[in-house]
Design a binder for this molecule. Structure first.
Ligand SMILES: Nc1ncnc2c1ncn2[C@@H]1O[C@H](COP(=O)(O)OP(=O)(O)OP(=O)(O)O)[C@@H](O)[C@H]1O
Ligand SMILES: [Mg+2]
Length: 322
């Protein structure tokens, strides 16, 4: 049995988490000591450059992969201590996934009704409960009138919203979404983000969303940045840049740089400001750690998780709050 979480406690807790992928005789350090928490009911976005470790974080939370070292705690359980069957049950019962692109989310030859019902069949839910829950979920994502259509008959944005309904079918505690709006136009992206916001507010589902889109990230309660396998220090929001190129820096940046001659570096959608005389030293709020990387622990590749076995149904009913 899972012990109930104490009020206000984190639903996800990373403690010095390392992930090293072994390729032949070299190791790729995907996560180099990550510490962070996600509060219950929070809508969190994870941003960072390509290859920084964002998907790795989601895979660890979802139990698709195991940490090489450190603790990944979800709902009070250290996933590193679960055996394969328990980890599979965690994935199946507690986690919903929405992947980038639609191909991985939906079965192309099944209708939306059947797609959303599939996870319920897999866990042995009966006909009338299944029908009711499928109908409610399609309504939540605004696709009730498309229940009989196959994914190929829907737009990309509609397919992603259907994927949200599939991910929610088993009432997960945590919804993990990896670049859910990457292939969508802004209007479709907006509707997908609204679907996340709705399930987060209406059902209290904790949402962790990886995105490259800073506008999408802003829809979340909080954004954390990952850089080179580490959580980057908190960033400060700024007012929009004026047409003349002036912007007011936040207090800590002014304190750090006041009176200095500055230079800026522009790369890959990022602007770094630093003292001109000390190009090697960087602002803490935007810098990579100057310390050498901690030696990642030795670890074998995580084994492939087996297919889902069945288990007891922790829910008997799908209810909307009144
Ligand atoms: N299965 C794997 N085998 C070897 N290396 C991997 C594997 N998966 C990820 N990596 C490496 O781990 C690092 C982090 O990868 P990850 O997929 O988490 O990045 P990401 O931030 O999601 O990037 P993107 O924005 O491009 O999706 C990268 O250097 C990547 O090459
Ligand atoms: Mg990724």
């Amino acid at each position: 049995m899972r012990a109930p979480l104490a009020e206000g406690s984190a639903v996800v807790r990373f403690h010095h988490v390392f992930k090293v992928y072994r390729i032949v005789d070299t190791g790729v350090v995907a996560l180099a000591g990550v510490d962070f928490e996600i509060a219950e009911g929070e809508f969190l976005s994870l941003v960072g450059p390509s290859g920084s470790g964002k998907s790795t974080v989601l895979n660890l939370v979802g139990g698709l992969d195991r940490a090489s070292a450190g603790e990944v705690e979800v709902e009070g359980r250290d996933l590193g201590r679960l055996d394969e069957a328990e980890l599979t049950a965690h994935r199946r019962d507690r986690i919903g996934f929405v992947w980038q692109g639609t191909a991985r989310n939906l079965v192309p030859y099944l209708s939306l009704r059947e797609n959303v019902g599939l996870p319920l069949i897999a866990t042995g839910r009966g006909g009338s409960l299944r029908r009711r829950r499928v109908g409610e979920l399609l309504e939540v994502v605004g696709l009730a009138d498309r229940a009989g259509h196959t994914p190929g008959q829907l737009s990309g944005g509609e397919q992603q919203r259907a994927a949200v309904a599939v991910a929610l079918a088993n009432l997960p505690a945590i919804l993990l979404a990896d670049e859910p709006t990457a292939e969508l136009d802004s209007e479709s992206a907006e509707r997908v983000l609204s679907a996340f916001r709705d399930v987060n507010r209406e059902f209290g589902v904790t949402v962790a969303m990886v995105t490259h889109d800073l506008l999408a990230a802003r829809r979340a309660d909080r954004t954390i940045r990952i850089r080179d396998g580490r959580i980057a220090p908190d960033t400060h929001s700024l007012e929009p840049l004026s047409a003349e190129g002036s912007v007011e820096l936040p207090g800590p940046a002014v304190d750090a740089l006041a009176g200095s001659e500055l230079e800026v570096e522009v790369s890959d959608g990022e602007v770094r400001i630093r003292r001109r005389s000390e190009p090697a030293r960087r602002l803490p709020s935007v810098a990579r750690s100057a310390e050498p990387s901690p030696e990642p622990p030795d670890a074998p590749d995580a084994p492939e998780p087996p297919d889902a076995p069945s288990g007891p149904d922790p829910y008997s009913e799908f209810r909307r709050p009144d």
